[in-house]
Write a protein that binds this ligand. Structure first.
Ligand code: HXC
Length: 260
């Protein structure tokens, strides 16, 4: 759909549905900056294209997305985080104004889960696992995870995920309200696509304003929290524990945290 992309595969069909697939299988669809840039550009084009009425976003069979690319985070300082173009890419995803349906199989972690929560409706395979394991790296979610998760599943369950890095199964995610529907993993994309076709058959201007209106139920509360989270996320890039957490991941060992 958009020329020159490698990290995002895309296809627009005659049902007005644009299908997007995250395409870094070797790195478990880790959201490197290039991937986020491609996604932001693609959604930007789709926003202006009347041939797109609904978008389906999916990942791999075993991993939707493993989060931010940890190798890219290794040398970042708080100032780098402050100046990071990633914030603009996330903003483009957040302000995409047509319905966005997520089809999630397998691990949906960190920034991957934050991306999933930017979707308007989530369909999950039974094998899906949702998590915010950033704390294992000495950091916290930085793309709205602390805010959206809390809004969607409530404080206690959100705290368990964010503080203890415990994963949530697809079944529990449905009970908690994180996902709309759980199905056999082979059917996840097809279910999401069928729903997208239904939505694409509705009047597009009403669909856009319906989405924007539903988001208003929480957006006003979100703005301050997102800004706070972003600052806190950046601050943690000055800590020894973040350097240790990231190094331990890359060296495939257990981290030792010291509170510095
Ligand atoms: C970079 C990653 C990666 C990541 C996996 N890889 N996750 N590289 N960033 N987030 C790489 C591994 O280093 C490895 O590289 C290859 O992908 C395969 O990974 P395995 O662990 O061997 O795969 P598997 O056993 O299938 O396990 C999949 C997994 C696991 C459960 C998803 O990879 C995992 O736990 N990943 C990290 C999840 C995480 O901590 N996410 C939070 C990121 S922080 P090699 O070279 O060895 O093949 C974050 C901050 C958000 O998201 C901030 C937003 C602004």
């Amino acid at each position: 759909y958009l020329d020159g992309c490698t990290d995002i595969l895309s296809e627009l069909d005659d049902k007005y549905v644009l299908s997007l697939r995250l395409n870094r299988p070797k790195a478990r669809n880790a959201l490197r900056t290039q991937l986020l840039h491609e996604l932001a550009q693609t959604l930007g084009k789709a926003n202006r294209d009347e041939h797109v009425r609904c978008v389906v976003l999916t990942g791999g069979e075993k991993v939707f997305a493993a989060g931010a690319d940890i190798t890219e985070m290794a040398d970042k300082t708080p100032v780098d985080v402050l100046n990071d173009p990633r914030a603009d890419h996330w903003a483009a995803i957040r302000t995409f104004n047509k319905p966005l349906i997520g089809a999630v199989n397998g691990f949906c972690l960190g920034g991957g889960n934050e991306l999933a929560m930017h979707c308007d409706i989530l369909i999950a395979g039974k094998n899906a696992q949702f998590g915010q394991p950033e704390i294992n790296l000495g950091i916290i979610p930085g793309a709205g995870g602390t805010q959206r998760l809390t809004q969607m599943i409530g404080k206690s369950k959100a705290m368990r995920m964010v503080l203890a890095a415990q994963f949530m199964s697809a079944e529990d995610a449905e009970k908690a309200g994180l996902v709309a529907e759980v199905c056999e993993p082979e059917l996840t994309y097809d279910k999401a696509y069928a729903l997208a076709c239904v939505i694409a058959s509705k009047p597009p201007v009403a669909a856009r304003l319906a989405k924007e209106s539903v988001l208003k139920a929480s957006d006003a509360l979100l703005a301050e929290g997102l800004a706070f989270e972003r600052k806190a996320f950046g601050t943690l890039f000055a800590t020894e524990d973040k350097a240790e957490g990231v190094a331990a991941f890359m060296e495939k060992r257990k981290p030792v945290f010291k509170g510095r």
